[in-house]
Design a protein around this ligand. Structure first.
Ligand SMILES: [Zn+2]
Length: 387
């Protein structure tokens, strides 16, 4: 090899490269060799076998989705993982409660193991999981079988990173408190977090927050349904107190759980989600939710900066899911080459879950690398068919 011969397989040149922990950015080149990030520095283009001009683009660690539903063909709720996520810039994702102990083996064999994207899950505390939205999985409380959930979690540490309970009245009836307590003790025994879906809970949010431990997660923090985080337009003091104790809040748009009328004042008051998630499912991945980059675009249009957004779709979800130890959620020399390059696309009218709309400059994935491999992206699913 002569002094001038290429030293890197690929160099992404001139992009705005983000630090996943701080959200700070600088213009630099990112050089990839094999499945690793070889170097991040200015002026590396001449040493690349191939270069991609990323001028004016945002260069991020591969995105990590903390809340989605990906159990297609067994659950009516599941969207296809690689198609809905990987090809839209997400390199690792968490299925949030579609799967229960009785359906886990099918999820492992037919979805998680074959997928190209790295999948983990928060196991539904009901052995049934979320098979069909029409029938609450805990209406029969006997479906919460702690020993079954524990056995699956203990046998599958590579996959199970927490538990999920949906606490809406149409899932738990009025029986919410004993079900939540049993879920929390099961999660404590496994040493894992519990994710709690709110919106139409039988009692106001502070009553639920009182029960949660540091590291547990509130899903749908900007829900417009009854018993969310606001009272008379102001974020509840109990919500700040829970955050102070270490309870986490994730945005989880979902088909029915992001309200711009809640998110906007909350963001103005400085209450940002700890983790930004899409809650993509079979019901919404072709709209109104679409994907994680659309959720990022929504929150940017509501006032969050890229500096605030980037850690919440990279390092924060990677830590929550225990994927930081595998190198997800960061972009560093010597680390795995998971990279998502985003561009500002055309302005679109984006909907929330309550029928409100808002103009937003959409973020669009242009380059996606998973362990150095270039992934073919697909266009935003909100575009007209002939676009
Ligand atoms: Zn969900």
């Amino acid at each position: 090899m002569t002094e001038n011969s290429p030293r890197y397989d690929l160099v992404l040149t001139g992009g705005q490269v983000f630090d996943a922990d701080t959200g700070a950015s600088r213009v630099a080149d990112v050089a990839i060799t094999g499945d690793k990030v070889a170097r991040i520095a200015p002026d590396l283009a001449a040493a690349g076998t191939e270069t991609i001009d990323c001028t004016g683009r945002y260069v991020l660690p591969g995105l990590v989705e903390g809340h989605t539903h990906i159990f297609a063909e067994v659950s009516k709720v599941g969207a296809p993982p690689d198609e809905a996520h990987l090809r839209r810039g997400v390199v690792a994702a968490c299925d949030a409660g579609t799967v229960g102990a009785s359906t886990f083996a099918a999820f492992e064999s037919y979805v998680a193991a074959p997928a190209q994207i790295r999948l983990v899950n928060f196991l539904n505390v009901s052995v049934l999981g979320l098979i069909d939205f029409r029938f609450g999985e805990l209406m029969n409380p006997d479906t919460l079988v702690p020993e079954d959930a524990l056995a699956v979690a203990e046998a599958n540490p590579h996959r199970v990173r927490g538990f999920k309970i949906r606490l809406s009245e149409d899932v738990v009836g009025h029986n919410w408190r004993p079900l939540l307590k049993r879920s929390l003790s099961l999660a404590a025994e496994a040493g894992l977090p519990l994710m709690v879906h709110i919106g139409e809970t039988p009692e106001p949010l502070p009553t639920v927050l009182d029960e949660l431990r540091p590291g547990d997660v509130i899903a749908h923090c900007y829900t417009g349904k009854p018993y969310g985080i606001l009272r008379d337009g102001t974020v509840l003091p109990e919500v700040y107190a829970a955050r102070e104790r270490g309870v986490l809040f994730e945005s989880a748009h979902g088909k029915s759980n992001l309200s711009f009328k809640v998110a906007k004042p909350a963001i103005e008051q400085g209450f940002l989600p700890d983790v930004i998630t899409s809650d993509t499912s079979a019901r919404n991945w072709r709209g109104p939710v679409f994907d994680l980059v659309t959720s990022m675009s929504n929150l940017r249009a509501l006032g969050m900066t890229m500096e605030q957004i980037v850690p919440r779709v990279t390092s924060a979800p990677a830590r929550l899911l225990g994927l930081d130890a595998e190198g997800y959620g960061s972009l560093v020399e010597g680390g795995p080459a998971h990279v998502t390059v985003l561009a500002d696309a055309e302005e679109a009218i984006l909907p929330d879950a309550a029928g409100n709309t808002m103009p937003a400059v959409r973020l669009e994935p242009e380059v996606v690398l998973r362990a150095g491999e270039r992934i073919a992206t697909v266009p935003w699913r909100g575009l007209p068919a002939d676009a």
